[in-house]
Design a binder for this molecule. Structure first.
Ligand code: C2E
Ligand code: CA
Ligand code: CA
Length: 631
C-alpha cells in the first residue's frame, strides 16, 4: 500500500510538472505572437507619424523651395530636430537633385545620404530597419520636389524590449500562479483519493478493515508466512441470533451491537492480529505470521470468552454469543482461498454444534463438507425429479385412542448411498434454497394424500401435519403456495397442520407473526415443533397464533424418571394458553400411561405407530373408520 502511495505521489508530481511545461510553452507562444503584433503596430505608428511630419514639412517648405531659399528651408527642417525618431530629412528638387539636407547630431553624412528618392517603404512590415517616408512638395497643384524623411527604429526597438520585459514578467506571474493553483489542486485531489481509498477499504459502521482489505492483507501475510518456520492463523466469528436482536430491538440496536463486538474484538486481539468485518454479523481475525503454532486456538478461545460477556445495549445488558471457526496455515490450506474455505467449514461445524462454540478445522470436516456438497447436488436432482418418498406417522388422541392425524416425513433413498436420513439431508436442504422446493413438493403431495384418505372414508377427519423450515416461512410465496396446495387437492384447511420450529419463529418474529395470522385466517392449524428445546418463553407463546405445542422427544424420553416436572409444566402452560399438547417420540407403554394420566392431548411415537407408507396409513384410516362404524 505504501508503495502504491509513493507511486501515486510521484505520478502526481510528474503530472503537475507536465502541466506547467505545457502552460509555459503556451505562454511563450502567446508572447511571441503578441510581440510580433506589437512590432508591426509600433512600426506602423512610427510610419504614420513620420508621414504626417513629412507632409507638414512639405507644406512649410514649398515656398522656400520655389524661391530656392536654402536657409529658410533648413530652418524649417531644423525645427523638426525635437522629434525623437528623426534621423535625417532630405529635400529634392522635382528633377531628383538634392536641394538641401538636415541630419540629427551624431549622424554621419553617409548615414544621412541613405534617405534617397528611391528609398520608399510600405506601412505594415515586420522589420526593425529604419523607416523611409517620401512626401511630394507642391504649390497650387504643381509638383516642386520631394521631402524624404528617415526615422530611426531605435525607439521601436526600445518599446519592443520594454514590452518583452513586461510580457516576461506577466508570464512568470502567470506561471507561478498556475504552479500554486496546480499544487493546491494536486493536494485536494490526493486528499480526495486518500478519502476514497479509505472508504473503499473500511467498513463504515465499525471502522474496521472490510472484506477487500481483509483478503489483501491475508494474501500479503500468506506470502511472508511461506518462509520456513512462519505461521498464520485465521479466525471467523459469526454472532448467534443477531437477527433476533435486529428484529426485536431494531436496526439501531443491531448496529450498536456490531460496533460493540468490533470494539471487544479489537481490544481482545490487541496488536496481535488484524480484525476485519466481512459483512453482516461476520468478522474475521488474521493472526500475524510471527505467531507460534497453537496461538490461533488460544486466541479463538479468548475471543469466544470475551464475546460471552453481557453487552450494554439500549440501556440494558444483553447476552451475546458467537460461533467461531478457525484454521491455520499451512495445515488447513496453502492459499487465501483454501484457508478461508477451511475456516468457513470449521465455522459451519461450530454453528451446527449449537451456539457459543469454538471449533478448529480438521481434515475430517473437509470430507464432511465434500459429502455435503455432493449430497446437495444429488438431493437437488432427487427433488427435481420427485424421487423423494413420503412416510406418515400416526397421531392418536390420548383419551379415546382415536387416530387424529399423521405427520408427513420425507425419505430419500440414494442409488449408491442407500437411505440418507432426514437428519442429514434436511439441514443440507435448509442451507440452500433447495428446502423451498422440497417443502413445496412435500406440502402438495401431503395435501393430495390427506384429501384422498379422508375422501375414501366418509366421516373421517384425519389431518396431516407438515414440517415447515425457516427459509420456507420467510419465502414471500409461502402463503400462496399453501393456498394453492389446498385448492389443488381440495383438502379442508382445518385438516392441514403446519409444524414450525421455535427458534425460527423467534428469529423472524415480525414476518412470522404476519404469515401465521394469514394462515390462521385461512383456517390452517399451526403447531410449534420440538417445543422446549429453544426459548420456551411465555411471552412469545402469547404473541404467536398457534393451536398446539409438540413437546420435544428429549423430554418424553426421560419420563417417568426425571422428565415429569418439565412435561407437567409444559402441559399446564399449553392448556392455560388454550393450546393442545402433542407428545412426540413415545416409545414405551409407561410413557404413554403417564401422558394419558397427565392430560396430554395427542401422542405420536414408535409405540403407537412408526412412520409408514401412504398405502399402510390409508389402510389404518380405513380400519379406524370401520372400527368406529362397528362401535
Ligand atoms: P421432527 O419433525 O421432530 O420429526 C420427528 C422425528 O422423530 C422423525 O424423524 C420421526 O421418525 C422420529 N420419531 C417419531 N417417533 C419416534 C420415537 O418414538 N422414537 C424415536 N427415536 N424417534 C421417533 P425423521 O423422520 O428422521 O425426521 C427428522 C427430522 O427431519 C424431523 O424432525 C424434521 O425436523 C425433519 N424433516 C423430516 N421430513 C421433513 C420435511 O418434509 N420437511 C422439513 N422441513 N423437515 C422434515
Ligand atoms: Ca415435526
Ligand atoms: Ca419434533
Amino acid at each position: 500500500m505504501i508503495a502504491t502511495n509513493t507511486r501515486k505521489g510521484s505520478t502526481g508530481r510528474l503530472t503537475v510538472r507536465a502541466n506547467l511545461v505545457s502552460v509555459g510553452i503556451a505562454l511563450v507562444a502567446a508572447s511571441i505572437v503578441l510581440l510580433l503584433y506589437q512590432a508591426v503596430a509600433f512600426r506602423s505608428a512610427l510610419y504614420d507619424d513620420a508621414t504626417l511630419q513629412a507632409s507638414m514639412i512639405s507644406e512649410n517648405i514649398s515656398a522656400s523651395l520655389m524661391f530656392e531659399d536654402e536657409r529658410s528651408t533648413k530652418d524649417v527642417l531644423r525645427s523638426l530636430g525635437r522629434v525623437a525618431y528623426l534621423q535625417s530629412l532630405s529635400v529634392y528638387r522635382k528633377d531628383g537633385q538634392l536641394f538641401t539636407r538636415y541630419a540629427r547630431e551624431g549622424i554621419t553624412p553617409e548615414e544621412a545620404a541613405e534617405g534617397t528618392l528611391q528609398s520608399t517603404e510600405h506601412r505594415t512590415t515586420l522589420s526593425l530597419d529604419d523607416v523611409f517616408v517620401r512626401a511630394p512638395i507642391e504649390h497650387n497643384g504643381h509638383l516642386l520636389g520631394y521631402v524624404v524623411l528617415v526615422a530611426t527604429s531605435d525607439l521601436v526597438r526600445r518599446q519592443l524590449v520594454q514590452y518583452a520585459c513586461f510580457l516576461g514578467v506577466a508570464c512568470l506571474g502567470a506561471l507561478s500562479i498556475s504552479t500554486l493553483v496546480m499544487n493546491r489542486m494536486r493536494r485536494r485531489v490526493s486528499e480526495a483519493e486518500r478519502e476514497l481509498e479509505y472508504l473503499a477499504r473500511t467498513d463504515p459502521l465499525t471502522k474496521l478493515p472490510n472484506r477487500r482489505t481483509f483478503y489483501e492483507a491475508l494474501d500479503e501475510r500468506l506470502a511472508s508466512a511461506k518462509e520456513p518456520s512462519r505461521y498464520l492463523g485465521l479466525v471467523l466469528i459469526d454472532l448467534d441470533d443477531f437477527k433476533t436482536v435486529n428484529d426485536t430491538l431494531g436496526h439501531g440496536a443491531g448496529d450498536q451491537l456490531l460496533q460493540h463486538v468490533a470494539y471487544v474484538l479489537e481490544s481482545t486481539v490487541g496488536g496481535r492480529a488484524m480484525v476485519s468485518r466481512m459483512g453482516g454479523d461476520e468478522f474475521a481475525v488474521t493472526l500475524t505470521s510471527t505467531w507460534k503454532r497453537g496461538a490461533v486456538a488460544e486466541l479463538a478461545g479468548e475471543i469466544g470468552a470475551a464475546l460471552c460477556r453481557p453487552a450494554p445495549l439500549c440501556g440494558r445488558e444483553i447476552n451475546v454469543t458467537a460461533s467461531i471457526g478457525y484454521a491455520s496455515f499451512p495445515e488447513a490450506g496453502n492459499d487465501s482461498g483454501s484457508l478461508m474455505t477451511s475456516a468457513d467449514i470449521a465455522l459451519y461445524e461450530a454453528k451446527s454444534r449449537g451456539k457459543n462454540t469454538v471449533v478448529g478445522f480438521s481434515a475430517e470436516m473437509m470430507d464432511a463438507a465434500h459429502r455435503r456438497a455432493y449430497l446437495e447436488a444429488e438431493l437437488r436432482k432427487a427433488v427435481e425429479s420427485d424421487a423423494l418418498d413420503l412416510v406418515f406417522q400416526p397421531q392418536f388422541e390420548c383419551g379415546s385412542g382415536t387416530l387424529v392425524g399423521a405427520e408427513v416425513l420425507a425419505r430419500w433413498t440414494h442409488g449408491e448411498e442407500g437411505d440418507v436420513s432426514p437428519g442429514e439431508f434436511i439441514p443440507i436442504a435448509e442451507n440452500s434454497d433447495l428446502i423451498v422446493l422440497l417443502g413445496r413438493t412435500v406440502l402438495q403431495r401431503a395435501c393430495v394424500a390427506a384429501a384422498a384418505w379422508n375422501a375414501s372414508c366418509p366421516g373421517a377427519a384425519v389431518r396431516v401435519a407438515v414440517n415447515v423450515s425457516a427459509r420456507q416461512l420467510r419465502h414471500p410465496n409461502f402463503v400462496p403456495d399453501v393456498m394453492a396446495a389446498l385448492g389443488a387437492s381440495g383438502l379442508a384447511p382445518a385438516l392441514l397442520e403446519l409444524e414450525l420450529t421455535e427458534s425460527h419463529l423467534i428469529a423472524n418474529r415480525e414476518t412470522a407473526i404476519d404469515v401465521m395470522n394469514r394462515l390462521r385466517e385461512a383456517g390452517v392449524l399451526l403447531s410449534i415443533d420440538d417445543f422446549g428445546t429453544g426459548y420456551s418463553s411465555l411471552s412469545y407463546l402469547h404473541a404467536f397464533p398457534v393451536n398446539a405445542l409438540k413437546i420435544d422427544r428429549s423430554f418424553i424420553e426421560r419420563i417417568p424418571e426425571d422428565g415429569q416436572s418439565i412435561v407437567t409444566a409444559i402441559l399446564s402452560m399449553a392448556h392455560s394458553f388454550g393450546l393442545h399438547a402433542v407428545a412426540e417420540g413415545v416409545e414405551e407403554p409407561r410413557q404413554l400411561a403417564w401422558l394419558v394420566d397427565a392430560g396430554c392431548d395427542v401422542v405420536q411415537g414408535f409405540l403407537t405407530g412408526r412412520p409408514m407408507s401412504l398405502d399402510q396409513f390409508r389402510a389404518l384410516v380405513e380400519n379406524e373408520a370401520f372400527d368406529s362404524q362397528l362401535a
